[in-house]
Design a protein. Sequence first.
Length: 254
Amino acid sequence: MKFGLGKLSVLLSTLAVLGATSAALFAPQFRVRDVRAEGGRTERHSLATERAWESLRAHAMFAGAVRLIRVSPDRVAEDIVQNVPWIETVEVRRRLPSTLVLNIQEKVPLAFLQVGERMYALDSRGSVIEEVRPEDALGSQLPIVRNERPSEAVAPGTAVVSTAVMDLLHEVVVLLPDRLGVGVAALIIPAAGAEEVHVRTDEGWLLLLDAKRNLPDQLRVFEHVVAEALTSEDRKRLEYVDLRVAGKVFYRLR
């Protein structure tokens, strides 16, 4: 292949510019010297920036020399989300000459888990975000579910209930009072990871529900039992109604 002098000159000039640019970007002033966080609560920014530094050091080619141009924003973001339970998403941007910027979006609690006297915020996937003050949970309008096994360990990031259970918690506190006129006094799971929810009603009944099955269908069976199968005196003595088996219903009177 032949090149004219003009084309060769342009090629050499381009290579020279690229070489100079690369050399400049790898110069000491382009080392990462600062990691800044934006968004969310400012008092938590230090936790996110510390995790970002850990990620940078873990993937650095040379100890103590993290070049901004070699930072993978996606990898740093993934490390942060996986290791900081209260962060929903984070966008990582490079800002010349030497700064990494974290744009943080925090998780929003959608329910609370009560374990003994302690309270924990849960995200949309049923994982623990963090421990919260009991008065904050009680003062919210969100469902509070009690774990019947207070000895089970709970830590931020732990998945304690499934998304099906989360959906049922939000449905039952609306549908049970609206459709049947039955108030919800307490929501209970027998253990972490269980696919069922036990509902203590204002009447003192215990309603056992399967989170994997359609809730309106289960409530229709429950309504039939309360309205047609039991007398008014029976309802006063009703202890529980078990709807966890499809096509069957079990109940017991005191």
